[in-house]
Write a protein that binds this ligand. Structure first.
Ligand code: SF4
Ligand code: MG
Length: 334
């Protein structure tokens, strides 16, 4: 199928007083038409920065794309100006965040904000924009009378999240980027919001890039999963394949840390250690300081992201022949 978003070899650096932070270091991400792709990793791994880069929302300075490309619907948008981006943001690509209060303005009613968001991109009367807003709000399950006249603080957290999704979807974007959209919500509301996103994906064919640290959410939602660690992709596979057969030790650790709903296991496994400081990246594999399978050469040689099976990629020396070893994994004649 056709790709809606194609990020290739993306490098984004932050130029700080203390040095250059390579927040995104050679990332490839493709989202195909109608697909839901999960982007997973602990906080600080570069997932949010990646999505902000797509939206053209990384402040420059200090942030700068120093390599690679971002293509949206076939167009190279890597170095688009803010003015160019404003034409597609909210219309062709929309984004929703964890905390709706950051994107809803507390001083304006829901109606005013939605009408404004529509009329930036579409020539229509206020009445028409209100009608569009109401019908989209209904789609996301809000049938409350007088909703357009309410202010964000008059709604519950779950309702605000629905409003934000309605606002993001009202112009029928080709790509929806959702950054931890349900993290702040309780479990029941979370399930409803995920259901809603899935049904919008089905009904409108909207492609979704779902950013989360929660593999349980990914398992329920996604067609394909991309796992990021320390500014790089470390594993990528079809969702069911990744859960059945994770190949990267980091992914294996993430999977072990999913809370089990059955049984009463209270203590959660968590991967020991921390994401490396961006100014002190390990020389070889970035996961080496936390990896239980670490080998000598992992410390000095960078593993590449390579296909281990069709459509399944992994960045780990366990799955590739060591450089210059003269050993391709076959016989070791002596
Ligand atoms: Fe662990 Fe080495 Fe694989 Fe890195 S390359 S994840 S340190 S085994
Ligand atoms: Mg984040």
């Amino acid at each position: 199928s056709q790709s809606v978003l194609e990020i290739s070899e993306l490098q984004l650096h932050f130029f700080t007083d203390k040095g250059v932070v390579k927040a995104i270091d050679g990332v490839d991400i493709t989202v195909n038409e109608g697909e839901i792709v999960g982007l997973v990793g602990e906080s600080g791994c570069g997932k949010s920065v990646t999505s902000l880069a797509v939206m053209g929302l990384v402040p420059n300075p200090p942030g700068k794309i120093v390599g690679g490309t971002i293509r949206f619907a076939g167009q190279d948008i890597t170095h688009w100006t803010n003015k160019q981006m404003r034409k597609i943001r909210g219309k062709d690509i929309s984004m929703i965040f964890q905390e709706p209060m950051t994107s809803l303005n507390p001083l304006f009613t829901i109606g005013d904000q939605m009408v404004e968001a529509i009329r930036i991109h579409k020539k229509c009367s206020k009445k028409e924009a209100q009608a569009m807003s109401l019908s989209m709000l209904e789609k996301v399950g809000i049938k409350r009378k007088g909703i357009l006249d309410l202010y964000p603080h008059q709604l519950s957290g779950g309702m605000r999240q629905r409003v934000m999704i309605a606002m993001a979807m009202v112009l029928n974007p080709r790509l929806l980027i959702a950054d931890e959209p349900t993290t702040a919500l309780d479990v029941t509301i979370q399930a409803q919001i995920l259901d809603l996103m899935r049904s919008l994906n089905k009904e409108y064919g909207t492609s979704i890039l779902l950013i989360t640290h929660d593999l349980g959410v990914v398992a329920e939602m996604c067609d394909r999963v991309i796992v990021m660690y320390a500014g790089q992709v470390v594993e990528e596979a079809d969702c069911c394949h990744l859960f059945k057969n994770p190949t990267h030790p980091y992914t294996q650790g993430l999977l072990k840390s999913i809370p089990k709903l059955d049984g009463n296991e209270k203590r959660l496994y968590s991967i020991p250690g921390q994401v490396p400081h961006p100014l002190r990246m390990p020389q070889g594999c970035r996961f080496a300081p936390r990896c239980e399978y670490v080998m000598d050469h992992c410390w000095s040689q960078k593993p590449e992201l390579l296909e281990t099976e069709k459509g399944h990629l992994s960045r780990c020396w366990l799955h590739q022949a060591k450089e210059g070893s003269g050993n391709n994994g076959e016989t070791n004649a002596t």
